[in-house]
Design a binder for this molecule. Structure first.
Ligand code: ZN
Ligand code: ZN
Length: 298
């Protein structure tokens, strides 16, 4: 059972590259124009209608186990409102989040559900929940918008190139923040790394012998071979092909964050305790239970 992290805020685990890249992105000429266009973009609504009309809606009735897992992840990350959840028939070990205004939808590939253990799946779902918690979803829709509309049609080409570069660069950086949310949700670094390993393409027949430590070594080697800083690696190659999930670098950054002690610090800071009367999680320093009003003695 994972711990609920009461009053956790996304800024506490936001990756510094994500923050800087988003600040830079917001001042690129054309950002507001495209964002407003996306907000009013009827195609997104059609996309959502198509998505909801074609895939399996996960609810407490239709699929209680998976629904419960998502609920547990949301509780761990102190997220009140659950997104709508759908599964899509695809054997990629993957999930994504999309949406329009308040209508946030998380889509989990069947491959992620079938090929992962529950802690690994909690990492993947926690990663998506992290995107929601950080308010990344709108910008992800902008990334889709660029991939599908602008690059194909030449529309708004003059403003799109710098904006597309900034947007794709930020998108990579936002993955580091979301991975930290994933780890805070599953609370198991080995599960997080083995989830990333499965995304990276380890064949199913070797799942049982896969060793996260060996993958961590691959990440170290990659960085010493191609490195400089992770920032410069991504800056140089992120625009060439946006389909790479950057698994090796993501593993490297997540391990570094844990080694710095940040993960343990947050866990310690936000772990609640249980009210002896109603059994709800309450803050470590609470003197009264906000649910049942029971006075808490230290
Ligand atoms: Zn992501
Ligand atoms: Zn209580």
């Amino acid at each position: 059972m994972t711990q609920k992290l009461l009053n956790l805020t996304s800024t506490e685990y936001e990756h510094s590259f994500d923050k800087t890249a988003l600040e830079a992105l917001r001042i690129v000429p054309g950002f507001d124009t495209v964002m407003n266009f996306v907000l009013n973009w009827t195609t997104i609504r059609w996309h959502i209608i198509g998505l909801c009309g074609s895939n399996f809606h996960v609810t407490n009735e239709s699929c209680p186990e998976l629904y419960g897992l998502v609920k547990n992840v949301a509780e761990s990350l102190d997220i009140d409102r659950l997104p709508e959840i759908y599964t899509i028939w695809s054997y990629g070990v993957n999930a994504y989040t999309t949406g329009y205004k308040d209508n946030t939808i998380m889509v989990v590939h069947t491959g992620a559900v079938d090929l992962m253990t529950n802690p690994e799946l909690s990492f993947v779902i926690g990663h998506e929940a992290g995107h929601i918690k950080s308010g990344h979803v709108l910008y992800h829709v902008m990334v889709d918008f660029f991939s599908q509309i602008i690059s194909g049609s030449g529309l708004m080409k003059s403003l799109s190139v710098p904006l597309q570069l900034a947007l794709f660069y930020w998108y990579r950086m936002s993955e580091f923040t979301a991975d930290r949310a994933g780890l805070l949700a599953c609370q198991d670094l080995n599960a997080a790394l083995s989830a990333i390993m499965k995304m990276a393409g380890i064949p199913k027949r070797y799942f049982s012998t896969a060793d996260p430590k060996v993958f961590a070594k691959q990440a170290e080697e990659f960085m010493s071979k191609y490195g400089g800083t992770i920032d410069s690696v991504i800056r140089n190659i992120s625009i060439l092909d946006d389909s790479h999930p950057w698994t090796v670098m993501r593993a490297y950054e997540l391990i570094k964050w844990v080694e710095k002690g940040e993960y343990d610090r947050l866990l310690e800071k936000h772990k609640g305790k249980l009210c002896p009367i109603c059994n709800n999680a309450i803050a470590q320093d609470a003197t009264r239970c906000p649910i049942c009003g029971n006075q808490i003695f230290k």
